[in-house]
Design a protein around this ligand. Sequence first.
Ligand SMILES: [Mg+2]
Length: 244
Amino acid sequence: MKRRPAEDLAPAAAVAADGLARFDVVDAWVFDLDDTLYPTSAGLGPQIDMRITQWVADYLGVDGLSARALQKHWYATHGTTLAGLVESHAIDPTDFLEFAHSIDRDGLAPDPALAAAISALPGRRMILTNGSRAHAFETARRLGLDGLFEDAYDIVALGCTPKHRPEGFARFVAASGVVPARAALFDDLPRNLATARAAGMATALVTAPGAAATEGESFDAVTSDLADLVSRIARRRSARKSAA
Ligand SMILES: [Mg+2]
């Protein structure tokens, strides 16, 4: 698959006006957590990754390199290490998730622009994460986004099946009661958006500034500035309501 720098997408064209129209019917706003509500540069991902390696090494009594190899294998075959562990070793996810998310969140700063943008969205607002609910709430609190989401649907709520897998996504729909045709997903992983899009959701890809964008994937919006995109969607909705 050919890749090209995100800068090749003209900033204005990255969210075409026509793309935003897709969000006009949305009444449920679903946000991924990691690397979506905060930037990758906050440094949480590598910490979680290392904690998972350590948990696998301790649980199976293997060295770090072997644990790392298993972690990568399960990520490739099951979508997450946890899904692989549950299937191969029938573990209880509670201890794993607590350990994986016992991280230093000092790299996170309050994001008042994002808080204002999200709070202006009309309808239900929620988090959907392959991490834990506790991680979602603590991270949202550190970002100054607490109180903006009615709930966080986590990997346990999805039956330990990652959200990009249709059965995991279906569990989210059943648990939340959202109607995909009237819902939107903001996420940094194209595979998560592809599943949501196939179910009828409006989709927005959140990239790191200057990150490579994948060609051939089709989303309603692509942005490296989530607060900007969300505020433009909210303003458009507000203007249409006033005009109606
Ligand atoms: Mg993510």
